[in-house]
Design a protein around this ligand. Sequence first.
Ligand SMILES: [Fe+2]
Length: 301
Amino acid sequence: MKVQRLSDLGGVSVEGVDLAIPKTPEESRALKGLLDEHGLVVFRNQNLTKRQLVEAGAPFGGAMLNKVTVAPDPEAVGISVVSTRGVDGDVMPDDPDKLVGQADWHTDQGYLVQPNRGKILYAVQIPEEGGQTGFIDGQTTYATLPPDLREQIEGLHVIQSWRHSRREDDGGQQYRRNGAVELARDRFEDVVYPIVYPHPVTGANVLNYPPLWAAGILEMSGSAAEALHARIMAHIVQPKFQYWHKYSPGDAVMWDNWRFLHSAGGTPGRYARTLWSMAIVAGPILGLTTEQAAALKQNAA
Ligand SMILES: [Fe+2]
C-alpha cells in the first residue's frame, strides 16, 4: 500500500489497495486508520461492481441506505447512482453550457441528528470538463478561526434545515440535481447542532456550520445573529481551505462526513458524468433532540 499526500490541504491518495477484495481484520484496521487520521482518502485504480462497492464499506462500518437525495439501486441497496443524465441515463439537459448537478457546501444528512460517518464516491463516467467534488476540512477551519470569533461561537448552536436548503431564492435551486428524486420542502423538521463539536473518533474540534443547511444560530436573533452567521460563512468558504478533486478513471473517493464539508462543482450539460455513491453507516448522534434544542432556546431567550 502506497500512501501519498493528496494536496497541501491534507487528505491522502492510496495505491496498491484493491477494494474489490475482502479484507483481513488487520487490513481493515489499516484502512479504517486512514479514514480516522486523514478524513479524505482517494483509492486509485479501482474496478468495482456495485456489489463490490457495497462490500468495500465493511472496514469502515458498512454501507448505509441513502434514503433521500437519489434513488437507491434495487440490485445493490446502499448504492445510489449520481448522474447528470438522471438515474436511468436518459435525461438530457436543455442547455449544453449550463452546469448540472451543483450542490453548495454541506455535510451529508446534516438535516438529521445522526449523519452517516462518511461516503465513497466511485467514478464511473468522468466528464471532459467540470464534475469536480470540493472538500473543506472542519478541523482546519476550526484551527484557523480568529481568536475573537472562536470565543464568540463557543457554546452556540446552528439550526440545520432541509427546508432552508430548498428555499426558492438560491440554495434550493442549486441542490436540485437533474433527474434526482424530487422531495417535499417540508419533508424534514429543522435540527440543531453544536457549531463546534469534538470529533467522535479523534476528539479534535470540528467547526460545523454547513452553508447549505445553516439557517441561523439558535441562541441569537436579529442583526447580531445575521452578522455572526455571515462572518462564520465567510471564514469557512475561503478558497485557501478548498480542495477540488478532479477524478481520474478508477478513483474511489472516501471522506469523513463528521469532519469534512463537500460540494459538487457541477458539470456542463453537454458532458455526461456518473458516480456511484455509497454512504458509510451512521454513528453517535451529533445533533440535539427537539427537547434539548427547545430547552436551550428557552434559556437563551
Ligand atoms: Fe453530498
